[in-house]
Write a new protein. Structure first.
Length: 156
């Protein structure tokens, strides 16, 4: 039986990425026309690493940065989100081994400042880390958001 890859191994596996592709007719209903960049996992991690304490970034901002970097119309929503999760899990593996400089994944939010329940330790863990850095987390129904997150968005 094959050994399951660690999150760090998944992060390091570029799978022939990044790649810019034409948006297909099917995809155009949702994303419009033009091109989409499918980033490499390490690219998403690299952007997440640059977010300093007290600052935040959203997945959509990461997607926009990737699109600009590669001259594409948009950054792929699916793979960017998946790779952010992989970066977060790889950071948790690093932290478990007492590495000091890990990707501050908790500073990467979903759309409209929402916390990500798929990150290590779930939304409660992300909430605790964000509050420790001075952010105020509020609930809207069953979901959690950083209040006034726009004021703390990083400019990378």
């Amino acid at each position: 039986m094959e050994r399951k890859k660690t999150w760090r191994e998944k992060l390091a596996d570029n799978k022939d990425l990044p790649r810019v592709e034409q948006i297909t007719e099917t995809m155009s209903k949702r994303w419009g026309e033009g091109t989409v960049v499918i980033p490499a996992p390490k690219e998403v991690d690299e952007i997440m690493r640059k977010v300093p304490k007290g600052k935040l970034i959203t997945i959509n901002h990461i997607r926009d940065m990737l699109a600009r970097r590669h001259g594409a119309t948009i950054g792929c929503p699916m793979t960017t989100g998946i790779f952010a999760r992989i970066a977060a899990e790889a950071a948790a593996e690093d932290e478990a081994e007492d590495k000091k400089r890990i990707t501050p994944y908790w500073r990467t939010l979903k759309v409209r400042g929402e916390l990500n329940p798929k990150y290590p330790e779930g939304i409660e863990g992300q909430k605790a880390r964000l509050e420790a850095e001075g952010h105020r987390v509020v609930s809207r129904g069953k979901r959690l958001f950083v209040a006034d997150y726009e004021k703390n968005l990083v400019r990378i």
